[in-house]
Design a protein around this ligand. Structure first.
Ligand code: CUA
Length: 163
């Protein structure tokens, strides 16, 4: 009887340790300026049009100073972001928390908001998640840093932090 109770206790402690390790690793990655977090969601890259968020990706306010930004990377466009391809820029207000959720509709791409800690891969079937605290008004370039085909070197976008 008592053994069961101790086993539960140990199980609980083990779980706490695991959570602690993961938190340490995640925090360490943020501190190093490179964040690659996958929230574990899987989705069909061929069927993003029906997805509640990636079907119409963009900026969504989720708190007083917090925004979720859904981005689809595809050859050779970020939706939203790639203004030269007719996409709107990613526009968020100054001094806010911006949670990016990034996936790919075709091959592996990169997603780097230059000058911030947002630097991850966009993998078909997966959702990468990275949070950026933005300061004052500024424009940021977005680049694809994974070779994704002939148009790779021109795959870029724009984020505007506005007053
Ligand atoms: Cu997309 Cu390189």
């Amino acid at each position: 009887m008592h053994i069961h109770r101790y086993e539960k206790l140990w199980l609980g402690l083990s779980l706490l340790l695991i959570v602690g390790f993961i938190a340490t690793i995640t925090y360490g990655a943020v501190g190093a300026g490179v964040t690659m977090v996958d929230n574990g969601e899987t989705l069909n890259p061929n069927d993003l049009g029906d997805h509640p968020k990636f079907g119409d990706p963009g900026v969504e306010q989720v708190g007083p100073n917090e925004y979720d930004v859904y981005v689809v990377a595809q050859q050779f466009v970020f939706r939203p972001g790639t203004t030269i391809a007719g996409q709107p820029p990613i526009t968020v207000p100054a001094n806010s928390t911006v949670n990016f959720y990034i996936t790919s509709a075709d091959v592996i791409h990169g997603f780097s908001v230059v000058g911030t800690n947002a630097n991850t891969m966009a993998i078909p079937g997966e959702v990468a998640e990275v949070t950026v605290e933005v300061g004052g008004p500024q424009e940021y370039g977005i680049v694809c840093h994974e070779y994704c085909g002939q148009g790779h070197h021109n795959m870029e976008g724009l984020m505007q932090v506005v007053p």
